[in-house]
Design a protein around this ligand. Structure first.
Ligand SMILES: [Zn+2]
Length: 263
């Protein structure tokens, strides 16, 4: 288990994993242990995103069992469909007081190569941006091979509380989002991604959050990732920016509070 050095027991870092799929079946056998390890590593809250209506239901159920889990709901771009978006947004409205974010929603132009499928993704994404604004909830945004387009659409819709998760674009594509006050969450795969290292080097510390994207985007390819690993992302950010781990922790904590309030 990775630990922070030099801290005493009561100086345990308070971290938030701002994007994880804890409802994933990969955690069915040992969810409690995974949560325990996260808490031992200093993770005080986990924003649990969803990809489907079924995930949204499951997330509410899990949050009832484990208070450290903060449920979100969204329709993953792979499943973009207007009727399903309608059903899911109805469910979210019905339980709005229990959700902490709308996500994971966004654009995935790697999955959707055809213009027709991309247009459906845009329509669904717009619908959830409007829903998030209406409910005053943060958006937890996926944008694979569509970073520039996702940012443009968010700005066009006037979105304000936004987290770009595991952003795979260049700094130039991220810049309008930085200027708009959006946040960027960094996963542990930072240690093995040249693109992410470059991006984190250029992004201001004031817009960075950490996430695990469990069970994927861990430090090792092919190994199940878990929320305790956000400490790996924190350490890697400190190394890339050549600043103290404590400074990263303080900044990330403040940024998380600015987007999510007190979790
Ligand atoms: Zn995800």
């Amino acid at each position: 288990m990775m630990r922070f050095e030099g801290g005493t027991e009561n100086k345990q870092p308070i971290l938030v994993d701002t994007h994880a799929h804890i409802c994933d079946h990969a955690f069915d056998q040992d969810r409690q242990e995974v949560i325990n390890r996260a808490q031992e590593a200093g993770v005080a809250a986990i924003v649990m995103v969803g990809e489907t209506l079924e995930d949204a239901r499951r997330n509410l159920e899990l949050a009832g069992q484990y208070p450290v889990l903060k449920p979100a709901a969204g329709l993953y771009p792979e499943f973009a469909d207007m009727e399903e978006a309608e059903r899911l947004s109805g469910f979210i409205r019905q339980h709005a007081a229990r959700f902490y974010a709308i996500g994971e929603v966004g654009l995935d132009f790697w999955l959707a190569q055809e213009e027709e499928a991309r247009e459906v993704q845009r329509l669904v994404f717009r619908k959830f941006i409007e829903l998030a604004e209406g409910l005053d909830l943060p958006l937890n945004v996926h944008s694979r091979s569509a970073g520039r387009q996702a940012v443009a659409l968010l700005l066009e819709q006037g979105a304000k509380r936004v987290q770009m998760h595991a952003f795979d674009g260049r700094y130039s594509a991220a810049l309008p989002a930085v200027e708009a006050g959006f946040f960027f969450s960094v996963p542990p795969s930072l240690v093995r991604s040249r693109q992410k290292q470059k991006l984190v080097g250029l992004l201001p510390l004031s817009c960075l959050l950490v996430e695990s994207d469990s069970p994927v985007l861990g430090p090792d390819v092919g190994q199940r990732n878990e929320p305790a690993n956000v400490v790996i992302a924190v350490k890697a950010i400190a190394e890339i920016k050549d600043i103290a781990v404590d400074a990263v922790l303080a900044a990330v904590r403040e940024n998380t509070r600015r987007l999510y309030g007190d979790l």
